[in-house]
Design a protein around this ligand. Structure first.
Ligand SMILES: Cc1cc2nc3c(=O)[nH]c(=O)nc-3n(C[C@H](O)[C@H](O)[C@H](O)COP(=O)(O)O)c2cc1C
Length: 205
């Protein structure tokens, strides 16, 4: 038994699930025309909504771009290298942080009725808080896409002010990561890049 097999066995979820979510999951750079349904997107959200955020704030918001008109509005704001793959994806999700997340605290943190007041009047503080927790939720979303048997193509190569002006002028959403979602198309992968080993990234005291 190699050490990687025994490490695999040290985990509770079966190896095929480990592979689906991590080892064999790849970042797709092209997509087939096979559609992604609203039901699939709802199922992904319904799973990943249970992952944790600080004070249960859940600041992540999502804009689902699936129509040709929506894509036409989005594509000019993507960096040049990200345009073709974004055009090819059946669905592109703009993931954003809502800096007005505190408005939901009476519902999401009901045992502390004054929780919302901690955030009133400090938009800058709220923005940092929203970004941190939304980025955590972006990671959960990517794994949720994989759990649905789909490929995700996350991108930060875009003009966030441009996207916010185009789509979020009427709210306090700030775009963070744009994710293409679908089945991989032709020649979808770049070469697999090396990952750092445990000993390179962990210190124990
Ligand atoms: C937050 C984030 C932003 C990324 N931005 C881009 C991007 O703008 N353009 C791009 O082609 N790839 C982008 N990537 C893809 C990464 O380069 C890719 O996920 C990484 O190299 C791992 O590839 P693999 O999953 O195929 O092993 C991004 C990935 C993440 C998680």
């Amino acid at each position: 038994m190699t050490s990687s097999v025994s490490l695999t066995d040290a985990l509770l979820v079966p190896q095929d699930v480990q592979d689906l979510l991590f080892r064999e999951a790849r970042t797709a750079n092209s997509f087939s025309a096979e559609p992604v349904s609203d039901e699939q997107l709802q199922a992904i959200y319904d799973l990943v909504k249970w992952a944790p955020t600080s004070m249960n704030t859940q600041p992540l918001r999502a804009l689902v771009v699936r129509t040709p008109e929506g894509k036409e509005r989005l594509l000019p704001h993507m960096s040049e290298g990200n345009r073709a793959k974004t055009a090819s994806a059946p669905v592109t999700v703009v993931l954003a942080a809502d800096t007005d997340f505190h408005e939901n605290l009476p519902k999401t943190f009901p045992h502390k009725p004054d929780a919302k007041d901690l955030f009133v009047g400090s938009e800058e503080g709220r923005e940092g808080f929203a970004r941190l927790n939304s980025l955590l939720q972006v990671g959960y979303f990517i794994i949720g896409v994989r759990a649905a048997g789909l490929a995700a193509g996350p991108m930060t190569g875009f003009d966030s002010a441009g996207i916010d002006g185009e789509f979020f002028a009427g709210n306090k959403w700030k775009s963070l990561v744009v994710v293409n979602v679908g089945k991989p198309g032709d020649n979808p992968w770049f070469g697999r890049l090396p990952r750092l080993d445990y000993d390179e990234v962990v210190e124990t005291v």
